[in-house]
Write a protein that binds this ligand. Structure first.
Ligand SMILES: Cc1cc2nc3c(=O)[nH]c(=O)nc-3n(C[C@H](O)[C@H](O)[C@H](O)COP(=O)(O)OP(=O)(O)OC[C@H]3O[C@@H](n4cnc5c(N)ncnc54)[C@H](O)[C@@H]3O)c2cc1C
Length: 393
């Protein structure tokens, strides 16, 4: 039997942050992970450069069955706190669109920083450790049974992440532990994930593979102004990944291909100015030729602007500004960046992340029903929730 004050299951973003904070408080912390390396998702994130936070972090950048839950942690450990840690370790970084912050060199800088902080704080990290069972004894200590021994701890932190990228070691263990202790888990689904298309759309749109267009993608609940990318499997790009988190199977998604150009008004104006161009020539200044040919019938594109009626212009504009597509599905956990749903926030304290009904049991990071947008929001949630738990475990 090995004794610790705190056992953290999961040596990912939130688990390492929690561990180093608890270690700094003098707690004897042990982190267990079944993977052969810590922080694998950190290493693969942001195309290898880790989009570790964002200059603008608001509760509105997250969704959850309890949208208020994330507020406390995000304000108590903010992006500025994480940036102080980055500064302490002199990690060079840069800003990209929408305030997203990336490492200049490599995501490894972030992982090395967390591991160095853990080492300084005396945290023990045990990899290749398979968890067989978790129990709480009558003295409220947790018994974590691994393939080789049993570890007991006063606090147990579940930081096992979501289900995305099973190849990287994602498992449902965190949800199972919650359910074992009677804690509600909201159904999970893949988020920040490309859409697949219905067979007929796939065939029709396959010629567009490789085209990326800035546009606005929306449904009844959300709207994102970023790029859409056609791939050989379906639709991807930041705008599609973002809306996918808000998408329910069977729903239609709307794309405005020309958010900055009022097609009806502009075409009417040009017609009034007696411009004799073909519709195609005018629209090609704003959208790739291949895309136009898929969006509008050939006879419309071939038409001279002067031959168009108001009604035809209106129909054309409708198609360009309110293009509807019903995705066949998503690529699922295989390629998803996050998992939506998870451990019910109402079962946890938003200040400490401890279970309201099981003393000493904490849930942090992606396993909790808090999902961020694309842009560094999910890591910030991992840092913030991990930090908060680290102050109390
Ligand atoms: C390809 C990709 C790119 C991403 N890029 C970004 C980005 O640039 N910016 C951003 O903000 N977010 C990004 N994310 C999301 C981000 O990686 C996660 O939200 C974040 O890592 C969640 O942290 P976590 O600590 O909750 O879980 P994780 O970091 O996933 O850590 C969970 C840990 O638990 C371990 N574990 C799981 N099951 C078990 C088990 N049964 N026994 C023992 N250990 C277990 C895993 O091995 C893992 O080490 C990306 C995700 C992916 C998949």
């Amino acid at each position: 039997m090995t004794e610790a004050d705190v056992v953290v299951i999961g040596a990912g973003a939130s688990g390492l942050m929690c561990a180093l904070e608890a270690g700094k408080r003098g707690r004897k912390v042990m982190v267990l992970d079944h993977a052969n390396k810590a922080g694998k998702k950190i290493l693969m994130s942001g195309g290898g450069r880790c989009n570790f936070t964002n200059y603008t972090i608001e509760p509105e950048n997250y969704f959850s069955h309890n949208p208020h839950f994330c507020k406390s942690a995000l304000s108590r450990y903010s992006q500025w706190d994480f940036l102080s840690l980055i500064a302490k370790h002199q990690i060079p970084y840069h800003e990209r669109d929408h305030g997203q912050l990336f490492c200049n060199d490599s995501a490894r800088d972030i992982l090395d920083m967390l591991l160095a902080e853990c080492e300084n704080a005396g945290v023990v990290i045990r990899l290749n450790t398979h968890i067989d069972a978790v129990e709480q004894a009558t003295d409220q200590r947790f018994h974590i049974k691994t393939a080789t021994d049993c570890i007991t701890a006063q606090s147990l932190v579940v930081a096992t992440g979501g289900l995305s990228i099973p190849k990287m070691g994602a498992t449902p263990l965190g949800y199972q532990i919650a359910q074992q202790f009677g804690i509600k888990v909201w159904p999970t689904r893949a988020g920040l994930v490309p859409f697949t298309l219905q067979p007929e759309d796939k065939e029709r749109l396959s010629v567009l593979s490789g085209i990326a267009v800035p546009c606005v993608v929306s449904n009844d609940r959300q709207s994102f102004n970023e790029n859409v990318l056609f791939t050989h499997r379906g639709l991807s790009g930041p705008a599609v990944l973002q809306i996918s988190s808000y998408w329910q199977p069977g729903e239609t998604v709307m794309i405005n291909w020309l958010p900055k150009w009022d097609a009806a008004a502009e075409l009417k104006l040009k017609r009034q100015q007696k411009l004799k161009n073909k519709v195609k020539t005018i629209l090609e200044e704003h959208l790739p030729k291949r895309l136009l040919c898929s969006l509008l019938p050939e006879e419309w594109l071939k038409c001279s602007l002067q031959d168009l009626s108001d009604r035809q212009i209106q129909k054309m504009a409708e198609q360009l500004h309110h293009w509807l597509i019903k995705p066949g599905g998503t690529e699922g956990y295989r390629t998803a960046e996050v998992t939506c749903g998870g451990v019910d926030c109402d079962a946890l304290s938003s200040k400490t992340m401890v279970s309201k009904q099981v003393p000493g049991l904490y849930f942090i990071g992606e396993v909790v029903d808090v999902t961020g947008w694309l842009g560094g929001y999910n890591f910030q949630w991992a840092w913030s929730s991990g930090w908060c738990a680290g102050q109390y475990v």
